[in-house]
Design a protein around this ligand. Sequence first.
Ligand SMILES: CC/C=C\C/C=C\C/C=C\CCCCCCCC(=O)SCCNC(=O)CCNC(=O)[C@H](O)C(C)(C)COP(=O)(O)OP(=O)(O)OC[C@H]1O[C@@H](n2cnc3c(N)ncnc32)[C@H](O)[C@@H]1OP(=O)(O)O
Length: 207
Amino acid sequence: MDLSLPNPSWSKDMRLLFDQFMKKSEDGSWKHLPSYKNKFSRRIEDIKVFFPDAKLIKEKISQAQLFPRNFEEGLGFEYAMFHNHAEDRTVCIFQGGPYLQGAPGFLHGGAIATMIDSTLGMTALIAGGIVMTANLNINFKRPIPLCSVVVINSQVDKVEGRKLFLSCNIRSVDEQTLYSEATSKNLCLFWVWFSLSYISLGFVFGV
Ligand SMILES: CC/C=C\C/C=C\C/C=C\CCCCCCCC(=O)SCCNC(=O)CCNC(=O)[C@H](O)C(C)(C)COP(=O)(O)OP(=O)(O)OC[C@H]1O[C@@H](n2cnc3c(N)ncnc32)[C@H](O)[C@@H]1OP(=O)(O)O
């Protein structure tokens, strides 16, 4: 089940942004990225291909779920991502629910980091195939109110061999407030470089 589609917990802002990006996707310049709880987790063989040293316990791996998709509807991470192939850019619209509280009334820094890592990771994944985050630097500039909607804008800045350098920022829907900025270095796990984005997309999402 694609969990990046609107559900009743989404606020008006979240719905509006989603509809705007779906409209932008009509001419093919943007692409909506589906998101699942446990794609790649069901079959131990799939994972072993990417991480041959993984010590996976069969019974447990069948229960594995993508971390940000682990909460009940509306309580944790509600988000949808859109990718622009020509610009190597991914936008994530994100509504952080009440279970993600850090300072009273605001999102936990770890929850913000999770969404930053997920968005940068997805951008790197599309650009470079199977990648791991080697380094992530975040400046938390303003606290993000709980249950508000924010926009994460990420892009590939530079590619050096198997190293991808990315950056992103998080802004309010009206773009007036800059909440966070981050940079990351992601390492492509296979030296056989495949930047053919849509092949990567099909590989990961089966689309
Ligand atoms: C992950 C996605 C996988 C599958 C996709 C399946 C489904 C997708 C569905 C949803 C996707 C959602 C996206 C989620 C994204 C989440 C991403 C993560 O959270 S990853 C988890 C956190 N990261 C880790 O656990 C990484 C642990 N570290 C490692 O495994 C290794 O250190 C490494 C990063 C793989 C690098 O090891 P290597 O042996 O491959 O490289 P090295 O020879 O050590 O270094 C090469 C090169 O890179 C430079 N470098 C290495 N580490 C760092 C660093 N921390 N900071 C800066 N630079 C670093 C190193 O200096 C070398 O540079 P050179 O000498 O100039 O070549």
